[in-house]
Design a protein around this ligand. Structure first.
Ligand SMILES: Cc1ncc(COP(=O)(O)O)c(C=O)c1O
Length: 399
């Protein structure tokens, strides 16, 4: 009845717990929600003010499909300042979130017969977009013991004559792991002459806790500018998830194809949003630092609390705002079998909502978003610890 492509994409297995948590909260049940994939901070005042000014000035009509010239210039300026890379506005497109920027790139680059390498545990949309483009996703895995690091040699080992692209996300969701510049350089050196594209999802680029080298755009631009796609977003950096604005920087021919695709699907991003994001990119960046500082305090505190239960194996995230503990010691064939079961039991018994690792192709682990207040984090951590304590090995097996 439906088009074949609808059979290719998977809906998220996490939806059940998330929907259930929402239902309970709507009924007034006190659920601590660690599920949110978005900042809990309000959008900074000066950004909202720019949007209000846009409405007052009646800046409410279609804009150029690929985005206003001033916003594209703001993106170029931001990337020049942050990474020292030079892009022209003809090499930029403004899209409805990083998600659409990535979708455009996948649809314009990949097709039937192509293999596209990406990594897990990771953000499932990257895989689904490859499938929507009718290409074949090839998954490389990262590991907790290695800090979930993306290694060039593992990716290179997955390359075949059919490899058309490599889609990478750093800082990563759900692991918070960063790809090292040296690994990216080794990868780029290996693929630069082979006609393979690298699409880099930088959605969490502003949320890196330590002063570590993470100039992946420069590493790529220096080695393979003509096959590099950089995708960014205003969502997480500026607490603007609902405004829907992301961008891609890439060679003009690809941007032009993305522009054509977008012109026949969604057209320009909301004009008011574009004014707001221009203010975000051009304006003071202290608001980003303030949010990052707060996420850091929460990360450290949450890790400290959960460390009280040694059966959770923790890797401290270097970026983003998620913790991805391994909980496999709580699982058994005749008790709680999967982390999806664990998520259900936590919701039913402890009133805590988490995202099970199955959502990120990583059963055995689960994701906690710490984009929520310290008070909620403390309450949630206490509930998780009490629940974990009740799950002594005999209980875990019997449940
Ligand atoms: C890794 C990753 N990339 C991209 C996105 C897209 O975000 P947006 O479309 O809001 O920019 C998300 C959103 O959760 C994400 O987690």
């Amino acid at each position: 009845m439906l088009a074949d492509r609808t059979n290719r994409i998977a809906t998220s297995p996490t939806m059940k717990v998330a929907a259930e948590a929402l239902r309970l909260k709507a009924q007034g049940v006190d659920v601590v929600d660690f599920g949110a994939g978005e900042p809990d901070f309000p959008t900074p005042q000066h950004i909202g003010d720019a949007a209000k000014a846009a409405i007052d000035a009646h800046f409410t009509k279609y804009t150029t499909n690929s985005g206003t010239e001033e916003l594209k210039r703001a993106v170029c300026d931001r990337y020049r300042t942050d990474y020292g890379v030079e892009y022209k506005t003809s090499e930029v497109i403004i899209s409805a979130g990083g998600k659409q920027a990535l979708f455009n790139a996948a649809m314009c680059l990949f097709g039937p017969g192509d293999e596209v390498i990406t990594h897990m545990p990771g953000w499932p949309t990257l895989v689904e977009q490859i499938k929507l483009a009718e290409a074949t996703p090839v998954i490389v895995r990262t590991h907790a013991e290695d800090g979930f690091r993306l290694r060039a040699d593992t990716i290179i080992a997955a390359i075949t004559p059919r490899t058309r692209g490599i889609v990478l996300n750093s800082p990563g969701n759900p692991t918070g792991a960063l790809m090292d510049e040296t690994e990216m350089a080794a990868l780029a050196d290996a693929v630069a002459s082979r006609g393979i594209w690298i699409v880099l999802d930088l959605c969490y680029e502003k949320l890196i806790y330590d002063q570590v080298a993470h100039n992946l755009p420069r590493v790529l631009v220096e080695r393979m500018r003509d096959r590099t796609v950089l995708c960014g977003s205003a969502s997480k950096a500026y607490a603007m998830t609902g405004w829907r604005c992301g961008f891609a920087l890439a060679p003009a021919a690809l941007i032009s194809a993305c522009n054509a695709l977008q012109s026949h699907s969604t057209s320009n991003v909301c004009s008011i949003t574009q004014k707001a994001v221009t203010a975000a990119l051009n304006g003071p960046q202290e608001c980003v630092t303030e949010m990052l500082d707060e996420y850091r305090v929460r990360r450290d505190q949450l890790c400290e609390w959960l460390a009280a239960e040694p059966r959770f194996k923790l890797v401290k995230p270097a970026g983003a705002f998620y913790l991805f503990p391994d909980a496999s010691e709580f699982l058994s064939p005749d008790g709680i079998r999967t982390t999806a079961d664990l998520a259900q039991a936590l919701l039913d018994e402890a009133r805590v909502a988490i995202t099970p690792g199955e959502a990120f192709d990583s059963p055995g682990s689960f994701r906690l978003s710490y984009a929520t207040s310290m008070q909620q984090l403390q309450e949630g951590a206490e509930r998780i610890l009490r629940f974990a304590e009740s799950l002594q090995p005999s209980r875990a097996a019997a449940l």
